[in-house]
Design a protein around this ligand. Structure first.
Ligand code: SAM
Ligand code: SF4
Length: 364
């Protein structure tokens, strides 16, 4: 077991080390997962933080080649929750002692949209008496919009880089001004500069992705000093331009295992960040998210979107829990999380320790 142990004992992993770990099988894979489990319990503990996920609209102005709710997909049935429906979901999360909510949706940019989100943020603060953590995942926005939302009560933002390799990014997106790698990178930097707890992530197993790309994604997250990560397997959707490339994909099980290894390696590389067990894991394996918690993730995002809308937020096929109401998910999660030896930190915001250290470091 020489090589794996010498890699796992290193201070800093190189691209070659990461690729070696990504290819680990059998006993070597077990060693990797044991090491990441140990880091997790030592640095973030065995506590899992809940974020109630509200997928409030699937209306999007963009056309990412992988996404089922892209603008050009005329088969997608569009919806937009009312403010009252969103706030009911917020109340559900608050009353069930989820420490935070996530507002996620298609990317829209307009003064009316900015105002709507600001209003919702203020109402969320009122409802929860300022206690509920709020994450936004609403794509690229101008700096002043990010600032406005921060001032109105959001404090975390998730913007996946999707692929840190520029060429790969370009293969996954149309070539125009709004699907631009530099713009995405700039947005991520802006989020960090204006003061958000900043999250990013990638899809794992997309067409054209190589081992080196995945290793570089993890190095990108480390170099960017990111606070939170949500990364999950790519799952094809038949009404998207990437669907014809499905023959080139690794099997779903391989993409699933690769995602677990990415999470484990990242936990070893970035010990005190928050790592989410992505919903897409559950689309492949019913216990997918719990398996991710076991080997390094510490955040789970139960879907609290009203059941009747969930069917229409179809980024990919087999999206789980689309016909359940939120309460069913909470009950089943409780049992399943304790099965992997973790405990739910009810009522806690669960801010990433990394954020506070980063802010302190930059103030020195
Ligand atoms: N529109 C915002 C954005 O793109 O940042 C937020 C919502 S978007 C649906 C959230 C994430 O879904 C994207 O960052 C992307 O990584 C993921 N996603 C989209 N299509 C997917 C697919 N087919 N398989 C897995 N993940 C997918
Ligand atoms: Fe829109 Fe986000 Fe889907 Fe891209 S990934 S099409 S921005 S919802």
């Amino acid at each position: 077991m020489g090589q794996i142990d010498s890699i796992l004992n290193k201070e800093s992993l190189t691209r070659e080390d990461i690729v070696y770990l990504l290819k680990a099988e059998g006993e070597e894979k077990t060693r990797l997962f044991e090491a990441s489990q140990m880091v997790k319990s030592q640095y973030v503990g065995k506590r899992v933080y809940f974020r109630g996920l509200i997928e409030f609209s699937n209306i999007c102005s963009k056309n990412c080649y992988y996404c089922g709710i892209r603008k050009a997909n005329q088969k997608a049935e569009r919806y937009n929750l009312t403010d009252d429906e969103i706030l009911d979901a917020v109340r559900f999360a608050y009353e069930n002692r989820y420490g935070s909510v996530v507002l996620q949706g298609g990317e829209l940019s307009s003064p009316a949209f900015t105002r709507r989100i600001s209003g919702l943020l203020r109402r969320i603060q009122e409802i929860s008496k300022g206690t509920l953590g709020v994450t936004l995942s609403l794509g690229e926005q101008p700096e002043e919009v990010y600032r406005e939302w921060l001032e109105n009560g959001a404090h975390r933002y998730l913007l996946r880089i999707e692929a840190s390799n520029r060429q790969l990014y370009q293969k996954l997106h149309p070539h125009d001004d709004i699907h631009n790698y530099d713009r995405r990178l700039e947005s991520l930097k802006t989020l960090q500069e204006v003061g958000y707890q900043t999250g990013t992530g990638v899809m794992i197993g997309v067409p054209f992705q190589r081992w080196d790309d995945l290793a570089d994604d993890l190095i990108f997250m480390r170099d960017f000093d990111i606070d939170m990560v949500g990364m999950g397997p790519y799952i094809e959707h038949k009404d998207t331009p990437l669907y014809p490339y499905r023959d080139q994909l690794a099997s779903e099980e391989e993409r699933f295992q690769l995602t677990l290894k990415m999470i484990a390696i990242l936990r070893i590389m970035m010990k005190d960040i928050n790592i989410a067990a992505a919903t897409a894991l559950q689309a492949i394996d019913p216990l997918g998210r719990e398996k991710a918690l076991k080997i390094g993730a510490n955040v789970i995002m139960p879907n609290v979107t009203p059941g009747m809308y969930r069917n229409n937020y179809k980024l990919y096929e087999n999206k789980p829990c689309t016909d359940e109401e939120a309460a069913d998910c909470t009950n089943c999660l409780d049992v399943r999380i304790s099965m992997v030896g973790d405990e739910i930190a009810y009522g806690e915001r669960g801010d990433p320790k990394h954020f506070f250290k980063r802010v302190e470091k930059s103030a020195q």
